[in-house]
Design a protein around this ligand. Structure first.
Ligand code: HEC
Length: 193
């Protein structure tokens, strides 16, 4: 019995929707009375009364112009999946902190990355005597005292953007790998005589 009632209810609702839709489609509204008539009028069947919006999300959607951000991020927001790039090496040195704690895994990663990307020019001990330095300008000894004094952000910036004739590696070495290299360079500096 219950099922029958709900079926009748569903049928009535379907008829109502269909009649409203057919009324809207035809353009010349068929005369409806009662509730269907009222709904049809409100949805635009009757041009003499103001229309109401039904599910207005499409019509009211904010538009996005080419080259425009969809939403401006709130002031002071920081992307969770990227780092802020300082515009100068001084800014990097003053503001960037190494987010990685030095531990055996980080050191192993730093060593691997250094030995992949830096060793050809800077050499295994970072003295500036890499294997290609008879062909390529010799880099400075980055274990020297003047480099030991530099903050981590300096090295991070140099790896990311390069330095004069040294190419930048920001595009091919992930951020956490660059910071791991910084730890490894620190280790080489500690071992340097
Ligand atoms: C293709 C050779 C080459 C590679 C690869 C290279 N460097 Fe260099 N690097 C140089 C040269 C040459 C300089 C000197 C640049 C100058 O001042 O003109 C230099 C300079 C530097 C400096 C000092 C910058 C300054 O402002 O005094 C640091 C630090 C450094 N490199 C770190 C690295 C690290 C870390 C890597 C690996 C991610 C690396 N470099 C990869 C050639 C290289």
């Amino acid at each position: 019995m219950k099922i029958c009632k709900s079926m009748i209810g569903a049928l009535t609702a379907t008829t109502l929707v269909l009649s409203v839709v057919s009324c809207m489609k035809s353009g010349s509204p068929v005369e409806h009375t009662g509730l269907p008539g009222a709904i049809a009028k409100l949805l635009g069947g009757d041009k003499s009364i103001p229309k109401i919006q039904y599910v207005p999300d499409m019509a009211d959607a904010p538009t996005m112009k080419p080259q425009e951000n969809y939403l401006e991020p709130p002031e002071g927001s920081v992307a969770t999946n990227s780092i802020l790039y300082p515009s100068t090496v001084e800014e990097a040195e003053a503001n960037l902190k190494n987010p990685l704690q030095s531990d055996p895994d980080v050191m192993a990663l730093g060593e691997k990355m250094y030995n992949t990307y830096c060793i050809p020019c800077h050499g295994a001990a970072a003295k500036g005597d890499g294997s290609i330095t008879d062909l390529y300008p010799r880099p400075p000894d980055i274990t020297a005292d003047n480099y030991k004094k530099r903050a981590d952000g300096f090295f991070y910036y140099r790896i990311t953007f390069g330095a004069n004739i040294m190419p930048g590696y920001g595009h091919s070495i992930a951020s956490h790998e660059r910071w791991a290299i910084v730890h490894y360079v620190r280790k080489l500096q500690g071992e340097s005589k």
